[in-house]
Design a protein around this ligand. Structure first.
Ligand SMILES: NC(=O)c1ccc[n+]([C@@H]2O[C@H](COP(=O)([O-])OP(=O)(O)OC[C@H]3O[C@@H](n4cnc5c(N)ncnc54)[C@H](O)[C@@H]3O)[C@@H](O)[C@H]2O)c1
Length: 348
């Protein structure tokens, strides 16, 4: 059976989901759901029906829904899909607060309906290869990491009022992807210390944030975020994942272990030729992984989840845990304290 997937929200990312579902050999586009007439236009582009609401969409017999509506609607739209017994992939952030995300995850668990989070970078073959390399011992025991999101968002990006207000900002909008990548590669994060500044633009949201992350495994990492610097170290610029961003051959994640280090997204591995010593030359190798669009792969995985063949690669719970870290980053920066995330998922 080829699952029929509905896309809810025909905005910036919803359009790309509609395109990928329509083009997928593994799924059909059931309909596009959006009360705004833009939904009709996007549906027409792919020869699919338009529905103004999930209730209307049920007439087109979807087997699953991708929710790509504004953050504040994710919980309600996710709950509506779960109530209709429809597997649902919710765009990141899973919700706009940890409390809402916990409610959504609990509802999905109680109903036994698959809930997925749209952290699509985990579907990138190079991320999956990096995880295999680390798990396979290529760098020994991971010890230290550094992740960078350094970009310059153009001035007109901030013409839209909500992007200047609390609840937006590069930590919540962008760093969430990097934190999810780090969690995928290195496991759970147990404590966070952060400082932030709005010194470049003076908006209510930060333009710069520097974060110390402590992992359950003992790894210590730093992540730095700035959306007001003219620089080329970011997943956006370096991975080539999204053609909207000109690609620069640099690395934005550096991961060091007892026996080697790995730089991403280039997958450059450095190991000792012989003795591990800073006086000895290093052996350098670079892996090539065929590029594939992670959004398209995410659609295919969602189809397999709907067919009951696989568990979600990025579950709702994973989306919740990543959001928990982001909330802790904001809380740490606001209070000037180290925030401990306890293993039960709460805070202490
Ligand atoms: N994974 C990624 O890389 C990525 C990239 C961009 C956005 N996002 C996420 O996707 C979500 C949408 O972002 P966007 O930039 O596309 O927003 P957007 O504002 O461009 O689009 C949102 C759409 O939702 C529609 N909508 C509003 N209420 C609705 C309702 N009740 N039912 C159905 N549709 C409704 C709006 O009409 C609009 O077309 C956000 O959560 C955002 O964080 C993720």
């Amino acid at each position: 059976m080829t699952p029929r997937i509905a896309v809810m929200g025909a905005g910036l990312i919803g359009r790309r989901h509609a395109m990928h579902v329509a083009a997928s050999p593994d799924a059909d586009l059931a309909c596009v759901i959006d009360p705004h007439p833009v939904g009709r236009d996007v549906a027409a582009e792919y020869g699919a029906p338009w529905a103004a609401s999930l209730d209307q969409a049920l007439a087109y017999r979807p087997d699953g829904v991708i929710v790509a509506t504004p953050n504040g609607m994710h919980m309600q739209h996710g709950l509506d899909c779960i109530a209709a017994n429809l597997p649902v992939l919710v765009e990141k952030p899973l919700c706009d607060s940890v409390a809402d995300a916990e409610r959504l995850v609990a509802a999905a668990d109680a109903a036994g309906v698959p809930l997925l989070t749209g952290h699509h970078r985990r579907h990138n073959p190079l991320m999956q290869r990096a995880r295999q390399m680390i798990d396979g011992g290529a760098i020994g025991r991971p010890l230290v990491a550094n992740a960078m999101f350094w970009v310059h968002k153009p001035d007109d990006y901030f013409d839209v009022a909500w992007r200047r207000e609390k609840g937006a900002g590069p930590v919540f909008l962008n760093l969430i992807h990097d934190i999810d990548n780090l969690r995928f590669l290195l496991g759970d994060i147990t404590a966070v210390t952060a400082a932030e500044s709005n010194g470049a633009r003076g908006h209510a949201v930060e333009d710069t944030s520097v974060i110390l992350l402590e992992f359950a495994s003992g790894v210590l990492a730093t992540a730095s975020v700035c959306d007001a610097t003219v620089a080329a170290w970011s997943w956006e610029a370096n991975s080539g994942e999204n053609p909207a961003y000109p690609q620069v051959d640099q690395d934005c994640y550096l991961i060091g272990g007892t026996h080697g280090s790995l730089a991403l997204p280039s997958l450059t591995l450095r190991r000792a030729q012989g003795e591990r010593s800073w006086y000895a030359p290093l052996e350098t190798s670079r892996e090539k992984v065929p590029a594939e669009d992670p959004l398209a792969r995410q659609v295919s995985q969602f189809a397999r989840v709907i067919r009951g063949e696989e568990a979600p690669l990025v579950s709702g719970r994973e989306g919740l845990e990543t959001l928990r870290v982001i909330e802790a980053v904001k809380q740490s920066a606001a209070t000037g304290t180290r925030i401990v995330l306890d293993p039960e998922g709460g805070r202490s």
